[in-house]
Write a protein that binds this ligand. Structure first.
Ligand code: XMP
Length: 517
């Protein structure tokens, strides 16, 4: 299932052979304005044709075509007249299936590589210089293309680094056009989409809003809908979209656990309650959470207490609302792809994030399940959500509790909130807000000696954490300009009571993590 071409969008399907860059292929295609979905390589040909794609991409993957269980596709796919682009493993598969020769190599061609363009009349590579850079990652290579194909590029370890059979509209590249390390890669993808598949480019995240409003409306009918609003981008955009679809039949529950950043709770209330006029149940449970957390130093215990208490509060509020039929979730396309299959449409309430009463069976409404994160942000902007919500940094569910090392207290929360607001304000003032992945303050439990106005002080330190990252799996400390660090430091020691020292965390992940607990 997915968005069908009957909904009007031109569609390109990526048959997923398991490569690490595959999500990037789909993103690049969408960036070019063409709607794209990734489906398993084993998707039956009948299903592929039913979707009426304009073209197919066979993705890369870690296997050798000679290894047992290597991804295979039905050979009839090459006969059905659709343009096909094979990338890396996908090209080897195509070569092998059509009678070319794929061989195991002694070495591995990995990283940025010189590509020698041989056929400058080839649609994908026309007009390119004789030598361009590309990103390679392969062991096996094609030693002879199938009959009917011409070799259009080569590299040191790939005598067939690109090939094409223009008559049958079958193309292959050994390198990865989807990664930034192939500087002309996006151009190659665009040529495939527009010149070979004949796409016009009718996709944009915002054109999708109306369709999803309609789809949510049809799904929900006269039912009542619940949404656990966290203030994060995904739940906020999902809620705003569903609100457009069903209006008053949506109720959002926003639990303030007292571990939010400065101004955060007010902003969510302002946006959803006042600006968008959503039915918003705001629960200030800060005292309850603080009580449960008192004296608890162990990070895992803190997390568990917060998670558990959150579910209790949400459950109590949901019960007060009476009968509810649907639950909005901000599931995104990468989650859908990663789960490998369709996530179940109906779940038992206790499996979901909200943790609703056991006897409640809710159907999920997931209006963002076809979007990538950057597209969600565009939709959020289009729906009129404020920039501060749309461009919000990732923020952990347990909030500031994992940034106060050791036991959490109201006093420490106040210190951390003030320091954090300064870190945020100064990084944004320097125009670095979108460049730096996450930036925040951490309050360790130690105190140190200082001197202020001739007096000895014994006060807390603040740690600044600012990292660059692509996906939070790995991260590096941000090379913040000294002037920015200097301003943050002097403002914190001057403005935040009980702090006399500021330090900067210069550890990448791994070995450290982004958060301190
Ligand atoms: P770490 O600290 O593991 O964080 O490098 C990776 C990313 O995940 C966020 N994070 C969390 N998000 N609940 C969340 O929803 C959590 O308990 C949690 N812990 C870490 C973190 O902010 C970073 O973006």
């Amino acid at each position: 299932m997915g968005i069908d071409s009957k909904q009007g969008y031109e569609l390109v399907l990526v048959l997923d052979c398991g490569g690490r860059y595959n999500q990037l292929i789909a993103r690049r295609i969408r960036e070019a304005g063409v709607y794209c979905e990734m489906v398993p390589y084993s998707t039956p040909i009948k299903e592929i044709l039913r979707r009426k794609p304009r073209g197919i991409i066979l993705s890369g993957g870690p296997a050798s075509i000679y290894s047992p269980g290597a991804p295979r596709i039905a050979p009839e796919l090459y006969e059905c007249g659709l343009p096909i682009l094979g990338i890396c493993y996908g090209m080897q598969l195509m070569a092998h299936d059509l009678g070319g020769k794929v061989e195991g190599a002694e070495g591995h061609e990995y990283g940025q590589t010189d590509l020698e363009v041989i056929a400058t009349d080839d649609v994908l590579l026309a007009g390119f210089p004789e030598k361009i850079q590309c990103w390679m990652s392969h062991g096996d290579y094609i030693s002879a293309p199938p009959t009917g194909f011409k070799v259009t590029a080569r590299s040191a370890l790939a005598p067939v680094a690109a090939m094409s059979d223009a008559g049958r509209r079958l193309y292959g590249v050994q390198f990865h056009p989807e990664v930034n390390h192939t500087p002309r890669g996006q151009e190659i993808i665009r040529r495939f989409l527009f010149q070979i598949c004949g796409c016009r480019g009718d996709w944009s995240a915002s054109s999708f809003i109306e369709d999803q409003i309609k789809a949510s409306r049809e799904q929900v009918g006269e039912g009542r809908v619940l949404c656990a609003l966290s203030g994060g981008v995904d739940s906020s955009v999902a809620a705003a979209l569903v609100h457009r679809a069903v209006g008053d039949r949506l109720t959002c529950v926003f639990v303030n656990h007292g571990l939010l950043r400065q101004g955060e709770a007010e902003q969510v209330r302002e946006t959803f309650g006042k600006l968008l006029q959503v039915n918003l149940v705001y629960v200030d449970a800060s005292q309850r959470f603080l009580g449960k957390l008192a004296g608890i130093a162990d990070p895992e215990k803190k997390r568990k207490i917060i998670g558990h208490e959150f579910i209790r509060v949400f459950e109590e509020e949901a019960k007060k609302l009476g009968k509810v039929d649907y639950l909005v979730q901000g599931t995104l396309y990468p989650d859908v792809i990663e789960s490998g299959t369709e996530t179940a449409a109906v779940i038992k309430s206790h499996h979901n994030v909200g943790g609703l009463p056991e006897d409640m069976e809710l159907e999920l409404v997931e209006p963002l399940r076809f979007l990538f994160k950057d597209e969600v942000r565009l939709v959020g902007e289009e729906l009129g959500l404020p920039e501060a919500i749309v461009w919000r940094q990732p923020f952990p569910g347990p909030g500031l509790a994992v940034r106060i090392l050791g036991p959490v207290s109201a006093d420490k929360l106040e210190i951390l909130r003030q320091a954090d607001a300064i870190v945020t304000a100064e990084i944004e003032r320097a125009g670095l807000g979108r460049e730096v992945w996450q930036y925040f303050a951490v309050l360790p439990s130690m105190k140190s000696v200082g001197v202020m106005g001739g007096e000895r002080t014994y006060a807390y330190s603040i740690i600044i954490r600012a990292v660059t990252s692509e996906d939070a799996m790995t991260a590096d400390w941000a090379r913040l300009p000294y002037e920015v660090l200097q301003r943050i430091s002097s403002r914190i020691v001057n403005e935040v009571r009980q702090v006399n020292r500021v330090v900067y965390d210069i550890t990448p992940k791994p070995p450290a993590t982004i958060e301190w607990e």
